[in-house]
Design a protein around this ligand. Structure first.
Ligand code: FCB
Length: 492
């Protein structure tokens, strides 16, 4: 690939599928190096400047829903400390900052626009531009206004139309300065962790509701793309999806192969295929037939949903080995909250997770970098390549049990290794011809990790939650150098 170099040191095997190169690697010129956050996870000021409750404010008050009842009232104080945070980003040589806007700040209760809320994002964008950092704006990172949830939330079709109106409001205020617009972050989580598993806000546990929410999230995405495109044909428009890579426990056992197919359909293809191909996968429709998905699909919806996009954001944390038979020592991976939860999958009863003996992060998520290469190859070959859509890794990162020294500094070697391996996986995909143009570390700083509250730290910058002091970890220094040089040093 043009402008890329790689040494010829022997391959490094880090997982079941792909061999990664441990040598010095350089990325293509112009590759975008960023870090990501989300409004509810970092802003705080949850009831300041006209902002009203989102579903996460309400969910955090439900007894036993979030570990220790943590909420986003203060979070990282980014609403007040954004100037300092942008200065930090500049210091870390970041080319882009992926953040989300809060619907409840911009249109409190889902109602009229709130100038004070919009002004916060306007000041943030100005600060980024002055620092030479590209704003990468996501309109929805899970925080529906609670007032709209009380009218049915994403199960109510009207929410999709209100989302497009909200997109227009944000564009009115920022469209002159922001070029990259992502509609939704991880609609799988919004729909199925939120409405079927009850693990996330709003905490419902209904299979039909999860599927209705999925369709209306997709519709909202398509309507927002149409709205933004009609306002400015030059915008870079896209969506961020989270993907898993389900491998069958025994590829020769048809039941295991079917288990992997089900997870692929209900996690990956349920969003990917309507967006890229304008149709729900037939096997998915058969799997979920009894839960009424098609009752929500009206004529013309899939044309709206498949409105052309420019970029697909890929969030990757790990794949999984799945089978039709239970395996000993299966991973949990969910916050140990008191409130009962259900499976987020509408039609995967009898599918079991099989641990592979790979190292795990403190989320109990397997570290499987080669899965990212395989995922990017598959997306490029089957979906985005033929559609002419560019790929960006919009989230990748790891929580570890950080131990700060007396100054707050964390020597997070495991996190450095995690980033190093996953960047090698991205490089490998690019070398094999995949059009990946950028990478965003999750996260810029430690923050509110949803049902885990503040118990899990993903940041490259440590946040002291008592003082809100920020201290770059070793991983931040390492990443800053990668961003500066566009290259990975050879592994020791
Ligand atoms: C993703 C979310 C992000 C963060 C990471 C760890 O699913 O988009 O907000 O919680 O996981």
């Amino acid at each position: 690939m043009n402008g890329m170099t790689s040494s010829t040191t022997p391959d490094l095997l880090v997982g079941p599928g792909v061999r990664l190169n441990p040598g010095a690697l350089s990325f293509p010129p112009g590759f975008l190096w960023g870090a990501a956050t989300a409004a509810y996870q970092v802003e705080g000021a949850a009831h300041v400047g006209g902002r009203t409750d989102s579903i996460w404010d309400a969910f955090a008050r439900v007894p036993g829903a979030v570990l220790d009842g943590h909420d986003g009232e203060v979070a990282c104080g980014h609403y007040d400390l954004y100037r300092q945070d942008v200065a930090l980003m500049k210091d870390l040589n970041l080319g882009s900052y992926r953040f989300s806007t809060s619907w409840s700040r911009v249109r409190p209760d889902g109602g009229a626009p709130n100038a004070e809320g919009l002004d916060f994002y306007s000041r943030l964008v100005d600060e980024l531009l002055a620092a030479g950092i590209k704003p990468w704006l996501t309109l929805y990172h899970w925080d529906l206004p609670q007032a709209l949830e009380e009218k049915g939330g994403w199960v109510n079709r009207d929410t999709a139309y209100l989302f497009a109106e909200y997109a227009a409001t944000v564009h009115d205020a920022l469209g002159d300065r922001v070029g990259v617009w992502t509609t939704l972050n991880e609609p799988w989580c919004s729909a199925f962790l939120g409405y079927t598993g009850g693990v996330h806000a709003p905490g419902r546990q209904s299979r039909p509701d999860g599927l209705a929410a999925a369709h209306h999230l997709l519709l909202g995405h398509g309507l927002a793309v149409q709205e933004l495109r009609s306002r400015d044909a030059d915008l870079d428009l896209g969506i961020t999806l989270n993907f898993t890579l389900p491998d069958p426990a025994d590829p020769d056992d048809p039941a295991d192969v079917d288990a992997a197919r089900r997870i692929d359909a209900q996690f990956n293809r349920i969003f990917l295929e309507p967006i890229i191909r304008g149709a729900y996968p037939q096997d998915l429709l058969e799997d979920v037939a009894e839960y009424g998905l098609l009752d929500h699909v009206r004529d013309g919806d899939l044309d709206i949903i498949s409105a052309p996009i420019d970029a697909l954001g890929v969030n990757y944390y790990h794949g999984e080995l799945v089978g039709a038979h239970p395996a000993p020592g299966a991973r949990a991976g969910e916050a140990p909250v008191e409130r009962p939860t259900s499976s987020p999958y509408p039609a995967a009863d009898g599918v079991h997770n099989h641990p592979r003996g790979l190292p795990v992060t403190s989320m109990d998520w397997e570290v499987q970098p080669e899965g990212l290469t395989r995922l990017l190859l598959r997306l490029h070959e089957e979906y985005t390549g033929p559609a002419g859509v560019t790929l960006y890794v919009t989230e990748n990162g790891a929580a570890y049990d950080d131990v700060p020294d007396a100054t707050g500094f964390v020597q997070d070697d495991e996190r450095v290794s995690f980033f190093d391996l996953h960047l090698r996986a991205v490089h490998e995909a690019i070398q094999r011809g995949v059009d990946v143009r950028g990478y965003f570390a999750w996260s810029l700083m430690d923050n509110y990790e949803w049902a885990w509250g503040y118990h899990k730290r993903f940041g490259i910058v440590r946040v002291d939650y008592d003082t809100l002091e920020r201290t770059p970890k070793a991983s931040a220094r390492w990443y800053a150098e990668v961003a500066r040089t566009g290259a990975l040093p050879a592994q020791p």
